[in-house]
Design a protein around this ligand. Structure first.
Ligand code: AMP
Ligand code: MG
Length: 481
């Protein structure tokens, strides 16, 4: 099992990667392999699941051509700038060539200490790495750009957290690991040549349409702004809370990355926060669009020297480019909400907008489960409003809203195609990760099977459709575990 990896990033950016080796896993055991992704990449799942494949997935035997590096980057963490973060427990093994011609990073997480580990042990536990697997597959199935896990291997080494936990390595596939923080690192060191090379690399790899722009750095800023606006609109439409939108966790490609303290919201509430360390609610559900915009401003700052020699002029150009975020986000959100409500193109915006704007406070005031509401709403379009009425205490409010909505002749089949039955519900994720930590992968496999086909209701996955009995009140997630 030796896929060919290239070392494009390592070669092009020696100043952004330290050649490094994964720590040896004492007793590696494959926990889960993403056969669909392997096949998509042209890899043989059977060989990937064998001893050579496991050696690849843990970094024990980097394939021919690979020159693994720990990448360096900066980042604003909860608003505070950290000039030198980098892969403290991760490695870029190299790039794979997707059959469509584009490159994919093959990256390890939990692969041991590096020069960027600071106080950390460089390791990861089984539960959080499997969480990345599940959430990535769910996001992919929901049509939201995301990094994906190729596999998770238990290392046979215990990881000390609050208690000792079984350790694991995640093999992750991404369009790249270029982050806003990568550009921040280049900019803070005042290296204009490096910055220009990063811009050219990012354009070639992710946003080729920007290559023809009069100022390519501006073309890149505009393209990344739009990609991030689309991404966050996608999150908001499924009730996803990333939880740690630091600038080092925001990709230039526009893929979601680093599923740490993330979770899907149950009852609709813009203030929803799950992360145990997000005391101020900086990364609450409803704050995600303005935070993405804030992160993009940090990205724009790094590009100023390439936008214009006159600093004031450069700022003016950047501000103008960033203004695209709000229109692009609003367009994506409204388009998505119209689809969730089954409204045809004939319904004018003057009718759709107030309908959307009036629904959200109703959901919030009645603590309505976000995912179930939209799915059950299709029944109301088919003539049975009881499933949604049963979720709302304010019956007069929902009835008045339903009358206005039904007058627009919503299409229930179109709604079923965009409103998921199955998302990785928090109580099911916890149940699956707990069982896997104790050695039983059955619940995880069933959960993955449910979320991989989110729109088609299936009797055997019924248990995965329901909200938690207690609505997950007080549910907390943890970072960097
Ligand atoms: P994250 O919030 O998971 O994206 O991580 C933020 C930073 O902390 C990154 O530079 C990580 O590499 C680093 N980090 C997280 N957990 C560990 C760990 N257990 N050991 C070393 N570094 C870590
Ligand atoms: Mg990160």
């Amino acid at each position: 099992m030796s896929p060919t990896l290239s070392a494009e990033f390592a070669t092009a950016f020696p100043e952004l990667g330290v050649p490094w080796q994964a720590e040896r896993a004492p007793d590696p055991r494959l926990l889960i392999l993403n056969e669909a992704l392997a096949t998509e990449l042209g890899l043989d799942p059977a060989r990937l699941g064998g001893p050579d494949g496991v050696a690849l997935l843990t970094g024990a035997t980097p394939p021919a051509g690979a020159r693994p590096v720990a990448q360096v980057y900066s980042g604003h963490q909860f608003g505070s700038y950290a000039p030198r973060l980098g892969d403290g427990r991760a490695l870029l093994l190299g790039e794979l060539r997707h059959p469509d011609g584009s490159l994919r990073d093959l990256h390890l997480k939990g692969s041991g200490r590096t020069p960027f580990s600071r106080g950390g042990d460089g390791l990861a536990a089984v539960g959080p790495m499997l969480r990345e697997y599940v959430i990535g597959e769910a996001m992919h199935a929901l049509g939201i750009p995301t990094t994906r896990a190729l596999g998770v291997v238990a290392t046979g080494r215990a990881v000390q957290r609050e208690s000792p936990l079984p350790g694991a390595v995640l093999a992750r596939v991404a369009r790249s690991h270029l982050r806003v923080g990568t550009f921040q690192y280049a900019a803070v060191n005042g290296d204009r040549d490096l910055l220009q090379r990063l811009v050219d690399h990012a354009i070639a790899r992710h946003h080729p349409q920007a290559a023809g722009a009069a100022t390519p750095a501006l073309g890149l800023l505009e393209a990344v702004t739009e990609a991030q606006a689309d991404l966050v609109a996608g999150w908001m439409l499924v009730g996803f809370v990333h939880g740690v939108m630091n600038t080092d966790n925001m990709t230039i490609s526009g893929e979601s990355i680093d599923y740490g303290p993330c979770a899907f919201m149950d009852a609709f509430d813009p203030a929803t926060v799950f992360s145990s360390i997000d005391h101020a609610g900086r990364y609450a559900y409803g704050n995600q669009p303005p935070i993405a915009e804030w992160n993009l401003s940090r990205f724009a700052e790094t590009l100023l020297p390439l936008l214009d020699d006159d600093q004031d002029k450069a700022v003016e150009i950047a501000v103008e480019a960033l203004s695209r975020f709000r229109t692009r986000y609003a367009t994506g959100w409204v388009r998505g909400m119209r689809a969730k409500l089954g409204l045809s193109a004939q319904v004018p915006q003057e009718q759709a907008h107030p309908l959307i704007d009036d629904l959200l406070p109703l959901l919030a005031a009645n603590s309505v489960d976000f995912t179930s509401f939209f799915r059950r709403l299709a029944a109301a379009a088919r003539g049975d409003a009881e499933p949604v009425r049963g979720m709302v205490l304010d019956l007069a409010g929902i009835d008045a809203w339903l009358d206005r909505w039904r007058a627009l002749q919503p299409d229930p089949d179109a709604m079923d195609a965009v409103n998921p039955v199955y998302i990785p519900r928090n109580h099911r994720v916890e149940e699956a990760l707990d069982a896997a930590t104790d050695g039983d992968l059955g619940p995880l496999e069933r959960l993955v099977a449910a979320v991989r086909s989110p729109y088609v209701e299936r009797a055997e996955h019924a248990a995965y459709a329901d909200p938690a009995p207690d609505g997950n009140v007080g549910y907390r997630t943890f970072c960097g575990t």
